[in-house]
Design a protein around this ligand. Structure first.
Ligand SMILES: Cc1cc2nc3c(=O)[nH]c(=O)nc-3n(C[C@H](O)[C@H](O)[C@H](O)COP(=O)(O)O)c2cc1C
Length: 315
């Protein structure tokens, strides 16, 4: 989670028995190196690094992961090229990619990925159109070659157990960790999560199919409402011949530039982007990361005990 999954939260998750993933977002290679180093100082446990494939310095970022001996590289934000996957694998890291459909999962397997994440439309941030439960039924039974992790809309341990029973190797949670003590998000951002219900986390609205909008799930606020009016205004300037289609599309795309940072870091929850998944309704208070992990584990163990009797836990 860009701006959120930084050294403190990542180290707290890995130290608490989870697997933290550092979000590179728009960081430069130099900043990423510093962030990896700082995280390694806070935990000796393994953690991964999430790189956005559209980043203009993707190759250099992959090389930084290699230099810093990162064990797992997650390539996100679009289908990575075979060359990027190879470059990441050549660092010695395990490479994890997002598979939004069976055909793409097969393509990624041919490119040599070591694991897949299937992320459904319930997730926070950039989302596809298909629900987690449907992706899980379509992809888990047919991908046996590599571990598959399920993400999107997961807020409790019982749900984790169900996906494990369907064949997942694990689950990826984002929204549930935003209100962790160790998360650096602004108190206003955390308050918005605590107040929100599942129905407040909505995908961005596209006004005209001629001007595509990449869907992002976020809490409804002033900015999400203004975005609709802004698109209508830009499209009417295009229709009157004031601007061409390319410029209109760019203006629409630039609307959200810097918006996540504005909300997460500056605490401007009305004009920033409050990316959140539908599991936000299960976020009811701020608590230590270790307690969140323990809660998820206890719920999972109780679900397993219901099915099979008490489960011995090895720590
Ligand atoms: C605020 C926010 C920022 C995110 N940023 C990223 C990102 O930079 N890269 C990425 O691969 N996923 C990103 N995600 C998605 C998460 O990694 C994760 O897959 C998702 O949160 C899982 O669904 P959940 O929110 O229902 O738990 C983001 C999610 C949120 C809520």
């Amino acid at each position: 989670m860009s701006w959120i999954s930084e050294r403190r939260l990542v180290a707290a998750i890995s130290n608490g028995g989870g697997f933290g993933v550092l979000a590179c977002g728009s960081m430069s290679p130099g900043l990423l190196r510093e962030e990896i180093r700082a995280t390694q100082e806070l935990t000796v446990k393994p953690f991964g690094v999430n790189l956005i494939t559209l980043h203009p310095d993707l190759d250099a970022l992959i090389d930084v992961c290699g230099e810093m001996q990162v064990g797992h590289i997650v390539l996100a934000g679009g289908l990575p090229s075979a060359a990027s996957i190879k470059r990441a694998k050549d660092t010695g890291a395990k490479v994890v990619c997002f598979a939004p459909a069976v055909v793409l999962a097969r393509k990624l397997l041919r490119s040599g990925v070591d694991a897949l994440v299937i992320e459904g439309a319930e997730a926070g941030g950039h989302v596809g159109p298909v629900a987690t439960s449907v992706l899980a039924q379509e992809i888990l039974p047919v991908v046996e070659q590599v571990p598959v992790f399920v993400a999107g809309g997961i807020g409790r341990g019982e749900a984790i157990v169900s996906y494990l029973e369907m064949g997942a190797s694990g689950c990826q949670l984002g929204t549930r960790f935003v209100c962790a003590d160790e998360c650096i998000a602004h108190p206003n951002f955390k308050q918005a999560f605590i107040r929100a219900a599942a129905r407040d986390a909505l995908p961005s609205v596209q006004v005209d199919p001629q001007f595509p909008v990449i869907p992002v799930r976020a809490l409804a606020n002033n900015a999400t409402r203004r975005f609709i009016l802004f698109q209508m205004e830009v499209i009417s300037r295009f229709k009157s011949g004031e601007i061409d289609q390319k410029d209109a599309q760019l203006e629409i795309e630039h609307f959200w530039a810097g918006a996540l940072k504005r909300a997460v870091i500056d605490g401007d929850v009305e004009n920033g982007s409050l990316m959140a998944g539908q599991s936000v309704g299960m976020v009811t208070r701020q608590q230590p990361t270790a307690d969140i992990l323990q809660e998820l584990l206890s719920q999972a163990l109780a679900a397993l005990a219901d099915r099979h009797g008490p489960v011995p836990v090895q720590v």
